[in-house]
Design a protein around this ligand. Structure first.
Ligand SMILES: Nc1ncnc2c1ncn2[C@@H]1O[C@H](COP(=O)(O)OP(=O)(O)OP(=O)(O)O)[C@@H](O)[C@H]1O
Length: 606
């Protein structure tokens, strides 16, 4: 059914009391203001920048101070309500006032360019519409609700459905990520925006390493539109592995995955923003939260990593040598945040190590290194894998279902807008667009659910005692197994290496622009090989160039090269060293990595 465009006349709150024609359609809100010389000025608040809207009523508290309360418009089917009925609906929030006006607040995050420093970022903007054409509050509120529902309908249409997806988002938060502020960041910066968008979510705080992986592996996911990691790449890695190790991974892989970057590296969040042309700094959390709400997604390649005793699924990188050493050994400086990498890089440059071994790879045919000539990969026909170890098969794989499964109850949010409200009242409430609103902040109370599983519960002990290295299910590729020799089509290099680092995203960390040409589903693993013999000054240049993406020479040379491949095998000759997958240390020994094109979907900005 067509959604009807709405238009109405409003008066601005400034002294001039200008007339403003407001139009709401599939484009968003068009604000047409008449200027003094009989010309009109038009401004568009684009639908894609709007996260949500709210019908608001003014109430007087017991001390007689004016306040605004909000209530999500409930049911458009009640349009024949009398004014009294409507008042009853708002009695639930101790409604008592003499003003018959109703308000619609529209929350948008608009791209803004700071001219001085040329920084582009999104700014919060609240469009406030006061409805007072009717004598009764009920009628005015019904009109505000009509606009509210129309905003939702247009937003739904823009995503190809009738209304906004009301399914919940499953949020997993690692309180130990980065410098340990994930919980605070989520409450202060993410929750207010989720509330504006009326996005329901269930929050689960991880209790220990591997918690998220097992949680996602067994959780009933039917009621969720997406899973979001509030943490670092390590937490996302756990979620990805939990998802692809599910018995129903073939369906589960379609759930959207997202990340709110609270870790110390944050390569994935930075790569998503980069590839989609969204600003990242200075507000990475806001950008990631808006990405959670956009309803957009893109396919992402996954790399299947095979070792003697385990299969892992990777989205970022596989590394051996210098960068992995820096990543893992600098853990002891974790409290310094991103600075830990810089300090340890200098340390490792001074005490440079080399590693002996063999690197084999299957070159990707016909790939030019120019980003815009890369064609996207065809997805592989998918096969199930099932491991021989059935230890986890005997567990009650639905252990979270009984203790922890959340009903998709109707979300009804109560939000206190006191700060922004007092600002709005200062500028009179019939403002339609106030620059001051860009600065308003508020705390909100959400009915979204916070969970942490009680210690000692079945689910908890199950998580702690399960053998998490066991691989049950998941996609396989077409490369030979690690025990078989590599085929003749593979290139084999043997010798002494400073580093072998394979990556498939643009950024390994927020400040590490490792593969400028990478795309999320280009079907390519980019392997950077640095051979022993490179001078320290060349290596310093390489490491310093990583922040701008200029570290790899345009043409491969004797010591440094980047090769696009679809599969890779690393066989160290020594018994000791550091191997990482997505920045997490794994068991040291031979490994094989194979690209699985477009295996999962990640949330993308608008
Ligand atoms: N509650 C927890 N206590 C301790 N460790 C945890 C907990 N939850 C998750 N972990 C582990 O912490 C490790 C690091 O987490 P995460 O990736 O979120 O942060 P980070 O390492 O600071 O960020 P990045 O990976 O971007 O550098 C992961 O390997 C994860 O398994």
């Amino acid at each position: 059914m067509e959604v009807e465009e709405l238009t109405d006349i409003f008066y601005t709150s400034d002294k001039k009391g200008q007339v403003c024609r407001v139009k709401l359609n599939g484009q968003g809100f068009t604000l047409q203001r008449e200027t003094t010389n009989n010309r009109s000025r038009e401004q568009l608040i684009g639908l894609e920048d709007i996260v949500g809207s709210r019908c608001i009523v003014v109430k007087k508290d017991r001390r007689g101070c004016s306040m605004l309360c909000s209530s999500a418009a409930q049911n458009d089917g009640n349009r024949s309500d009398s004014g009294d009925d409507t008042k009853k609906k708002y009695n639930a929030i101790t409604f008592q006032h003499n003003d018959a006006s109703a308000y619609l607040y529209v929350f948008a995050y608009i791209l803004n360019k700071k001219h001085l420093r040329n920084i582009i970022r999104r700014e919060r903007t609240v469009l406030k519409l006061r409805f007072r054409s009717f004598d009764t509050f009920g009628d005015n509120m019904r009109e505000a609700e009509r606009w509210y529902h129309t905003v939702r309908a247009f937003k739904g249409r823009s995503l190809g459905c009738n209304d906004i997806d009301e399914r919940r988002i499953l949020v997993l938060l690692n309180p130990k990520s980065g410098s340990g502020k994930a919980r605070e960041i989520f409450n202060r910066q993410v929750v207010p925006v989720l509330n504006e968008a009326e996005q329901p979510y269930d929050l689960h705080v991880t209790k220990h390493a591997n918690y998220a992986r097992e949680f996602v592996r067994v959780k009933v996911l039917d009621n969720y539109s997406g899973i979001v990691a509030v943490g670092g790449d390590g937490l996302f890695f756990e979620i990805l592995n939990g998802l692809l190790m599910r018995a129903d991974w073939l369906d589960a892989r379609n759930i959207l995955l997202g990340i709110v970057p609270c870790g110390s590296g944050n390569g994935l969040a930075r790569s998503i923003a980069h590839v989609c042309g969204e600003p990242y700094e200075p507000k990475p959390i806001l950008g990631a939260t808006l990405t959670m709400l956009s309803g957009k997604s893109m396919a992402m390649d996954v790399v299947r990593v095979q070792q003697q005793n385990q299969i892992l699924y990777s989205f970022l990188s596989v590394g051996w040598g210098l960068i992995s050493d820096i990543d893992i050994e600098s853990e002891r400086l974790r409290s310094l945040g991103y600075q830990r990498f810089t300090i340890w890089t200098l340390h490792r440059l001074i005490s440079l190590r080399t590693y002996r071994g063999k690197v084999s790879y299957l070159p990707k045919e016909n790939v030019y290194m120019e980003s815009d000539t890369i064609s996207l990969a065809e997805p592989l026909p998918l096969k199930h894998s099932r491991s021989c170890n059935t230890c986890l098969d005997t567990m009650n794989s639905g252990c979270f279902q009984s203790t922890d499964c959340i009903e998709a109850s109707k979300y009804y949010d109560v939000i206190s807008l006191q700060n922004s409200i007092s600002q709005s009242l200062k500028s009179r409430c019939d403002s339609w667009f106030s620059p001051a609103s860009c600065r308003s902040t508020y705390h909100s109370v959400s009915e979204s659910i916070y969970h942490s599983v009680d210690g000692g519960s079945d689910a908890e002990s199950h998580l702690q005692h399960s053998n998490l290295s066991v691989h049950l299910c998941g996609p396989t590729g077409s490369a030979p197994t690690l025990n078989e020799p590599v085929p003749a089509s593979w290139v084999v290099e043997e010798g002494e290496f400073v580093m072998v680092h394979a990556a498939y995203q643009t950024h390994l960390g927020s400040d590490c622009f490792f593969v400028p040409q990478a795309k999320f589903n280009d079907g390519i693993i980019y392997v950077v090989i640095i051979r022993s013999g490179i001078s320290r000054s060349q290596l310093l240049n390489f490491l310093m160039g990583m922040s701008s993406g200029t570290h790899v020479p345009v043409t491969n040379n004797e010591f440094v090269k980047m090769v696009p491949v679809t599969a890779l095998r690393i066989e160290p000759y020594d018994n000791e060293g550091i191997l990482t997958v997505d920045g997490e240390r794994i068991e040291f020994g031979p490994l094989q990595a194979e690209l699985l094109p477009s295996m999962v979907r990640v949330m993308a900005p608008k």
